[in-house]
Ligand binder design. Structure first.
Ligand SMILES: [Zn+2]
Ligand SMILES: [Zn+2]
Length: 156
């Protein structure tokens, strides 16, 4: 939280320092964002169609030296490029389902489990000895459950 000119600013979802909305009995803060308030305090009103931009891309660094005025068009383009770059630098493909994810290998625990099960199955299937042993084990398990059922005895 930062206080500037008597107004409290909190980091918003997009990373900007945002003025807390008007609460009962308090006037609406004059600026939505801290970088707007800082710019106006040093340079006067922001001309229509312009936005102050954080030169170093750090939205919490609201020193006047870090702000520059850009047209909304230039500004939008710059952020679109920055957004694209970060998305493509960090997004990977989930090894389980193939969806884009910001995680290293899998998008969710479900995909981790599914992948582990699939790998285990393929390992087993590719090794005839292990596969036979597995089948034998499963047959024995099945047989064990069968013997626990009382065998059918015809009445004499
Ligand atoms: Zn910007
Ligand atoms: Zn996945």
């Amino acid at each position: 939280m930062v206080i500037f000119d008597g107004v409290k600013y909190y980091k918003c979802k997009k990373g900007y320092m945002e003025a807390r909305g008007p609460s009962r009995g308090k006037p609406r803060p004059p600026f939505k964002f801290l970088h707007q308030a800082v710019w106006v305090a040093y340079n006067g009103p922001i001309p229509p169609g312009y936005d102050p931009h954080h030169k170093n891309e750090n939205k919490e660094d609201n020193r006047i030296e870090n702000l520059e005025l850009l047209t909304k068009e230039e500004h939008g383009r710059l952020h679109a490029i920055a957004y694209w770059a970060t998305q493509h630098a960090t997004l990977r493909t989930c090894h389980g389902c193939g969806k884009k994810t910001s995680r290293i290998k899998w998008c969710s625990q479900l995909c981790i489990n599914r992948d582990a099960a699939r790998t285990a199955y393929h390992e087993l299937r590719s090794d005839p000895v292990k596969w036979e042993a597995y089948l034998k084990r499963e047959r024995e398990k099945y047989a064990a459950t069968r013997t626990s059922i009382r065998p059918y005895r015809p009445r004499v």
